[in-house]
Design a protein around this ligand. Structure first.
Ligand SMILES: Cc1ncc(COP(=O)(O)O)c(C=O)c1O
Length: 440
């Protein structure tokens, strides 16, 4: 049954698949303090502690990590000459930075933060439960040959449009697990090939992401040796991502960038099912409270978070329910139905969602490459629309008035989260650039 979206200034653009901005009418101050939420600020602290404990093991498994930390971190870089190409040269755009998860080590996308975290936390729990790791024992024990031989009796399964599969597959194989990735039809061939080379079993579904996840879940349910990373419900994924906000806070501070009531921070987060952007947004609210405003960004044909949150429905609303196709070149965001868990957490915490068309993604991908040598995949370029929506769109102005920040734009900081791309093979990347040039 088609769903009727409520009256809203963004509705006609959403339904016509035109780029637009929806601001969340339920966005409130102190939303993170809501005791009814299924996640708490202390969970982020616990996740950070887990990352710290796992760092020596990560360093052993992934020599590409910086030797001193064992942390999966990305750079925060100022937007330079591309500001002109984007039309953001004016002072009203404040400071614009890129959080370059596109170059995250281990998996080349933001999914390293969630997928690697969940696999490693599971491995530690399993090893403790089975007596392979004693209290206080060196965590690097889990990379020893007998531990890997033990893990090889278990399979890690996941449904993915590509990047989560890469991150989970890489992490699982590094510890000796078997791995199965259920891919949606949007998955790019190079991602499938890379996984296959790693010894990961890839099951390609001739269906969308939601169906791939459902199939993966059914297979896992009947078998106790399969651990299923559930992108629709996983708290581990969410919390793995959330710690990125602490990293961001440290980097902003190191640059002398103040975030307070006079100096608002805006985050632009590409959204598929919502886990990655939701986790980062939750972590950011935990650190910066009401001084940060988090926006998701989605393709015009796949705005699953937008249509569900706009609908105010108890039941999940998909993009098909409102007549959209879920067709986009941005494979990481080709998701028709968002995570119910993330929807619950974001309801009062998300400032809004904006949409972008595929042609713009390719242009920004090219501009980011030409001006700053960033290597992005289409999904990862989506956040570049953010400062424009906030500073120039009428609904952005209404948002600024409502939040009393109309006069603070010059002092604001915008962070465009570029979420993936460094693993894209050269020929595929050239094809993206050709596509951009054809579009003009
Ligand atoms: C490059 C990229 N950006 C953003 C996302 C969105 O993450 P999520 O599906 O957790 O919302 C994905 C998901 O795979 C992705 O691959």
């Amino acid at each position: 049954m088609p769903i009727q979206l409520p009256d809203n200034p963004a509705r006609s653009d959403v339904l016509a698949a035109r780029p637009t901005l929806w601001t969340n009418p339920h966005y409130v101050r102190n939303a993170i303090e809501d005791a009814a939420l299924p996640v708490r600020p202390s969970d982020v602290d616990a996740a950070q502690e887990n990352w710290r404990r796992l760092a020596p093991l990560l360093k052993t498994c992934f020599p590409e990590l910086k030797p001193d930390s064992g942390a999966i971190r990305s750079d925060l870089v100022p937007l330079e000459s591309i500001r002109d190409a984007l039309g953001y040269a004016g002072a009203e755009y404040g400071t614009v930075l890129v959080k370059a998860d596109s170059a995250l080590p281990v998996a080349g996308s933001i999914k390293a933060r969630g997928g690697v975290y969940e696999v490693f936390v599971f491995a530690e729990q399993l090893a403790k439960r089975e007596g392979l790791l004693k209290e206080g024992q060196d965590i690097r024990r889990l990379a020893e040959p007998d531990a890997k031989a033990f893990f090889s009796h278990y399979t890690i399964a996941v449904g993915s449009t590509g990047n989560l599969g890469l991150s989970v597959g890489i992490a699982a194989r590094a510890l000796g697990f078997k791995a199965t990735v259920h891919m949606s039809s949007d998955a790019k061939t190079w991602k499938v090939e890379r996984l296959t080379r790693l010894g990961v079993e890839v099951v390609k579904h001739d269906a969308d992401y939601t169906t791939a996840v459902e199939n993966a879940r059914v297979v896992a349910e009947g078998d106790p040796t399969i651990y299923f990373v559930d992108d629709e419900q996983s708290r581990h994924l969410f919390l793995g991502y959330s710690v990125a906000a602490l990293e961001l806070a440290e980097q902003l501070q190191a640059r002398g960038i103040v975030v307070d009531a006079d100096h608002p921070l805006f985050l632009y987060l590409p959204c598929g099912i919502g886990g990655a952007p939701g986790g980062v947004a939750y972590g950011a609210k935990n650190v910066f409270a009401d001084n940060v405003h988090c926006f998701f960004v989605e393709p015009v044909q796949s705005p699953c978070a937008l249509v569900h949150l706009m609908s105010d429905s108890e039941d999940l609303v998909s993009v098909y329910d409102v007549g959209l196709t879920n067709r986009t070149e941005a494979d990481g965001m080709a998701v028709a139905r968002m995570s119910a868990f993330v929807a619950t957490v974001m309801r009062g915490m998300l400032a809004g969602v904006f949409t972008v068309d595929d042609a713009s993604l390719f242009r920004w991908l090219r501009d980011a490459h030409e001006s700053q040598n960033l290597r992005l995949e289409p999904s990862a370029a989506a956040g570049f629309a953010g400062p424009g929506f906030i500073a120039s769109h009428p609904l952005g102005k209404a948002f600024r008035d409502r939040w009393n920040i109309a006069d603070r734009l010059e002092r604001a900081t915008h962070v465009v989260w570029t979420t993936g791309g460094s693993f894209v093979p050269e020929d595929q990347f050239q094809a993206f650039l050709n596509m951009a040039n054809e579009i003009g």
